[in-house]
Each structure stands twice: as C-alpha cells, then as structure tokens.
Design a protein around this ligand. Structure first.
Ligand code: NFS
Ligand code: SF4
Length: 633
C-alpha cells in the first residue's frame, strides 16, 4: 500500500527510507498483525480479574470472568472511547474558559478580545442581558456560565438547549440522554462502564450519546471562546504544505490544538524578525502549522499548514524545521525520537503534556507574550545548528481559502440575499443545484493511504453536486492537496454546484467560483457546521434528521473522532466512518449503531472502508432525505 498521496509527504518518506529513519508507518508495520481481539472490541481490562477475551469464532470463551458477554464488552469499550474524546475536547475548551476568566481578572493581559460582537451575541443567546455592561463584565458572566456547564447542573445544559433544534431537545429528554454537565457525563460513563454496573448494550450506548452531547457542548464552547478572544475567522487566502518552509527563515511549527498557545506565538513572531535576521535568517521567523492548531492560525492569520496527523513527523525531515511547539492532543510520541535525529527543538508547553525528550517551557497566560518569545528564541538558537547537508524542502505548496466560519458563510450568502442570507442556500437545495451538504471531519491514519479516502469521496460527492464542509485534518488534507480554490471547483464540482459557487464567488469579487470545499476550521469547530444545519432546520421548521446533510470521517484515528461521530448521529446525521471502530465483535452493538440509531435519532453510522461505496452510501442517504422532503429532482 502506498503510504501517502501527498507529494511532499512522499518526498520526505523517500528521505526517511534513504536515511533509515523510522516513521509512524514503520512502527505500524512492526505491530502487524494486530490483535484480533482488540480489533473487534472483544478484550476487557476493566478489572483485575482480567484481562478477559472472547473468542469471535465461537470456540473459546463467550464471556469474561465476571460473565460480561461480547455485547457488554464492546459497548463498554465504545462508551469509554466517547468519554475520552469528550474529556479532550472539553478540556481544551475549559482551558479557554480559564483564559477568558483570567483576562477578566487582569491575569492574562496579553490576550486580546477580538470579537466583542460575538461575545455580546453569545451572552444574549445564553440569556445574559449584556446591554450597557462593559466587556469585562459580560466576559465574566459568560465565563461563569461556561464553567457551570462542566459540573453537574440541576437544569439541562444551557449551551445544548440554546443551540440545538426544539425537536432534538424534546427527543433527548424523551430518550433520557439530555446533558446535565460535561464532566459529569464523562464521570457517569466511567462509572457505568466499570466492573459490574451497566450490562445492557443499548443502555450503555444511550449513555454514550449523552456523553457525546457533552462533547458537542465542549466543542461549541471551545469555538465560541476562541472566536471571542482571537477573532471569528474570516475568509483568508492561505498556502499549505511543506513547500511553505523556508530555507532562509527560522521555521517554527505550532502543533497541537489550542489557540491559547499558537495564536500568541503567531502574533509575537512578527516582533521577532530582527532577532532571527541577526542570527542569519534573512527571511525572519516563519510560523507554520501542524494539526488542528495549524487550522486555527491558518484561519485567523493565514499561517500555512505544512502537515497533519499521520504526516506530522515529516516536516522534521526537511532539515529546516527549527522548532516545534506543542500543546496537547494528537502529538505523536514518535516526534521526540525523530527530532533527536535532527537539529529540531521539540518544545512542550502544557503541564498535562510533557515528554522526557523535549524541552519544557511552561506556558502561562499571565506571561503569554514572554513565554512565546522565549519559545521563538529557542527556535532561533536551533536554526544556528542546522546541518546544510540535511536540507531537503519539497517544492509542494498549494493555494486556497480558509476561514469559513458560520458567520462568514452567512455573510457570503448575504451577498446574494442581504435580508435573508439562508434563502439562496435553501433555494438551491430545493431546486437541486445543491443536492445536499456533507461535513468531512477527522484524522489521517496509517491504515489508509494518506488522503486517499478524502480525495476519492470529495470528488465523487462534488460530481453529484454535494457541497462539502471540512474541519480538522479533513480540512488540512484538502488544503495540502490544493482543493480549496477556484481551480478545484472548476475541475470537480458538478454543474449545479459550480453555478452556485460561481455566483457567490462573483458576488464576493473572486476571479472564479468559491471552493467546493469550505474550510470551517479545526476539529473543535465541527459545531460551526452543526450551527448551519440547525439554522436551516429551524428556518424550514423541520428537524435536522430531515435535512439532506451527512457527515464523514473517512480516515479517523482518535477517540475524539468517535465522540464527534456519535453526536453527529445524535443530531440526526447519517455518519460515515472509513476505519471501522472496534465494535464488530458484537453484531448487536453494530445493529444499534447502524439501524436502531436511525429509528430513534434519524442519524446512524455507515461503516464503509471503500471510499467510492461510502460516497455512494452518503449520496443515497441525501437522495432519501430529499425524497422525504418532497424534492424529486
Ligand atoms: Ni480531530 Fe483527528 Fe487530531 Fe485534529 Fe487531526 S487527528 S480527531 S482533526 S489534529 S484533533
Ligand atoms: Fe474480565 Fe469482567 Fe474484569 Fe472485564 S470486568 S476484565 S470482563 S472480569
């Protein structure tokens, strides 16, 4: 199997081979064959009488020591994955809440409040009267409400109630999955899946849905507060891939997730150009992005994203990656080993995410700018230690647009209809120019040729006039592969879709159509797409499960992707996964996820490793929903 479709990644993998440097692909090879019990979800370590395994072929034991059967083991494993994902997204968001709270108390003086309008709009939506109150007071009240979302509430989650459709709210209450607190939903999942508690797979999965709604709320808070503090993304011309690394600059990558770190580094870098020049780098400091925080700074500052997820180690092999600054999540431990073979300085910054082989600079909001400068200085020092013989920058660099926040999508549509911006979108869905909308999210995995599923599915769906939204590593993939521009729209979009994109592009003063894939942000920004769906559903007076909107994580890896997929299902979306999670050991659980979920929530999982079949399945789901709405075209 080819490792990656990305031309720059291919070039660097060649270098890895020549220099006998082991990457994630080699480590994966060394793991093969992977354990069949683990792959199917049929092992359990939830107590010390284990580990227990169930024989999927029916010959060995069919229950664990305590009597847990395959259905219980698989459902419990899935539940815990959702809890881990929820804890991660909401932990990231909690960090932003603390930053806002510190800002109010003058303990985070270096942070801006870029979008007062969004702060006030959010306050209003949450029922806080903001009129005549100064920004710090409104911020304090919003931060307080956000913190309250975490612990056990006596009333349903405010964020969930205020942002979903009335139909969903009623359904969640009826099904007993209404969220009363993010952290409490995680704790409850840990409780119900521990030794001898929940033993009904359907009940465990309903608990998983409740916890996944905690993920949705955590992500929503993350996006809201990032926008308030750092600015709501605006459509930005940007570049991507490893060709954006510069031989004559100090190249520093921000890697991880939270703009609390990366946004400040991107801002402060502008002040450090002279120091870099003095060190012999005429082009100054060149900040680039890796993974989701790369998307954050790409949207807000046009910082080029050079790699993501499975290819995160490869920029080091260019020999010009002077420093990598990491916060948390999706940072492979293997990064530390590879950076040791080069001059690259790996810098960790968060107390919960250290690695023995990296330099740790504790990043505090109170001294954010100073810490950022200290970090950049380490990059400048490392630059001096470059080995010219090892320099090898692949000449692959793409152009595209990023930064399609919900607000920007509404603004773009407003160019066609100022009074009623959603109308052009709805009209074009009704007349069939746009058959439906597909949200692409998730990671890149070593188990699939990098980008292959994304690219294949995107082309298939676009041909059928499906508008694509992308976040996280999906958005990063499309950026690296040069899909976020007018040329790609001209090449791949079907005639109806192209006509709409051209009309909007023209109204926006572009030289061609809008991209057929709208880069909506990082992984936590998936709720931006949900907000668009909710707005359209509310306007039409139907629930989300009636809309021709689908989701896909074609190359997913993380537990976070499992939580997102689960709330997408709970929102009512047919949701494709290209890597089948460890659930196949329980046909009962598979049936709950793919069939029962559809009957109850309207949304359901479509596990399908083949990208063409997956695109057909999603388009089929879109067609089914169009028919349900009485749209025969
Ligand atoms: Ni989200 Fe995937 Fe990580 Fe971001 Fe990428 S791996 S689940 S997209 S970087 S979180
Ligand atoms: Fe085995 Fe049951 Fe313990 Fe799991 S909880 S390890 S199945 S005894």
């Amino acid at each position: 199997m080819q490792k990656s479709m990305d031309k720059a990644a291919q070039a660097m993998l060649q270098v890895a081979e020549e220099q006998n440097i082991k990457t994630v692909w080699d480590r994966y090879q060394a793991q093969l064959p992977q354990c069949g019990f683990g792959e199917t979800g049929l092992c359990c370590r939830h107590c010390l009488q284990g580990p227990c395994r169930i024989d999927p072929f029916g010959e060995g034991p069919q229950v664990g020591t305590c009597g847990a059967n395959a259905d219980v083991m698989v459902a419990r494993g899935l539940g815990r994955a959702i809890a881990a994902g929820t804890a991660s997204h909401s932990g990231h968001a909690k960090h932003l809440v603390h930053t806002l709270h510190k800002w109010v108390h003058h303990e985070a003086p270096d942070y801006p409040i870029e979008d007062e309008g969004k702060l006030r709009a959010l306050a209003n939506r949450l029922g806080v009267s903001e009129k005549d109150k100064p920004v710090p007071q409104v911020a304090a009240e919003v931060a307080e409400l956000a913190l309250q979302e975490y612990s056990e509430r006596l009333t349903p989650s405010l964020w969930l109630e205020k942002f979903i459709t009335p139909g969903r709210k009623a359904l969640y209450e009826k099904m007993g999955v209404m969220l009363y607190g993010i952290d409490s939903s995680v704790a409850e999942m840990m409780h119900r899946t521990t030794y001898g508690v929940d033993q009904d797979p359907l009940n465990i999965i309903l608990g998983g849905i409740k916890c996944a709604l905690g993920d949705y709320v955590g992500m929503h808070i993350g996006t809201d507060l990032s926008d308030i503090i750092f600015g709501t993304p605006k459509v930005t011309a940007t570049r991507a891939n490893m060709g954006a690394l510069k031989k004559d600059a100090v190249n520093i990558a921000v890697h991880g997730h939270n703009p609390v770190l990366s946004d400040i580094v991107a801002r402060v870098a502008k002040e450090m150009n002279d120091e870099a020049r003095a060190a012999g780098a005429p082009a100054g400091v060149n900040i680039v992005g890796i993974c989701c925080t790369g998307n954050e700074v790409m949207m807000r500052h046009g910082v080029p994203l050079v790699a993501n997820a499975v290819s995160q180690e490869l920029p080091i092999l260019t020999g010009v990656m002077d420093a990598i600054v990491a916060d948390y999540q999706c940072i492979m431990p293997g990064m530390a080993d590879i950076s040791e073979s080069f001059h690259t300085k790996l810098i960790t910054t968060m107390s919960i995410a250290k690695t023995t082989k990296a330099t740790h600079i504790q990043f505090e909001e109170s001294t954010a700018k100073e810490s950022a400068k200290q970090i950049i200085r380490l990059g400048i020092e490392a630059f001096k230690k470059r080995d010219p013989a090892k320099i090898n920058i692949p000449k692959v660099e793409t152009q595209g647009l990023a930064g399609f926040s919900t607000e920007q999508i509404v603004a773009a549509l407003g160019l066609l209809n100022k009074e009623d911006p959603l109308k052009p979108l709805i009209d074009n869905i009704v007349n069939g120019n746009i058959q439906g909308v597909a949200l692409f999210a998730g990671c890149n995995t070593v188990k699939i040729t990098q980008d292959y599923n994304y690219m294949t599915m995107a082309k298939e769906l676009a041909k059928n006039n499906v508008l694509l939204l992308a976040t996280g590593c999906a958005a990063a993939c499309f950026a690296r592969e040069g899909m976020l521009n007018s040329d790609a729209a001209n090449e791949y979009a079907g005639p109806g879709l192209k006509a709409v994109l051209t009309a909007v592009g023209k109204a926006a003063g572009l030289n061609g159509p809008l991209p057929f894939i709208l880069h909506m942000g990082s992984c936590v920004d998936n709720t931006r797409a949900a907000d668009v769906a909710v707005a359209v559903a509310n306007k039409l007076g139907v629930d989300i499960d009636k809309l021709p909107v689908v989701a896909s994580a074609p190359e997913e890896v993380t537990e976070k992707a499992v939580s997102i997929g689960t709330w997408a299902v709970a929102l009512g979306l047919p949701t494709h996964v290209g890597v089948v999670p460890p659930v196949t050991g329980s046909p009962a659980v598979v049936k709950i996820l793919t069939e029962t979920a559809k009957a109850v929530f309207g949304g359901y999982f479509i596990p399908e490793p083949d990208p063409v079949k997956a695109a057909n399945a999603l388009f089929g789901a879109i067609k089914e929903r169009r028919k349900g709405l009485g749209l025969s075209n």
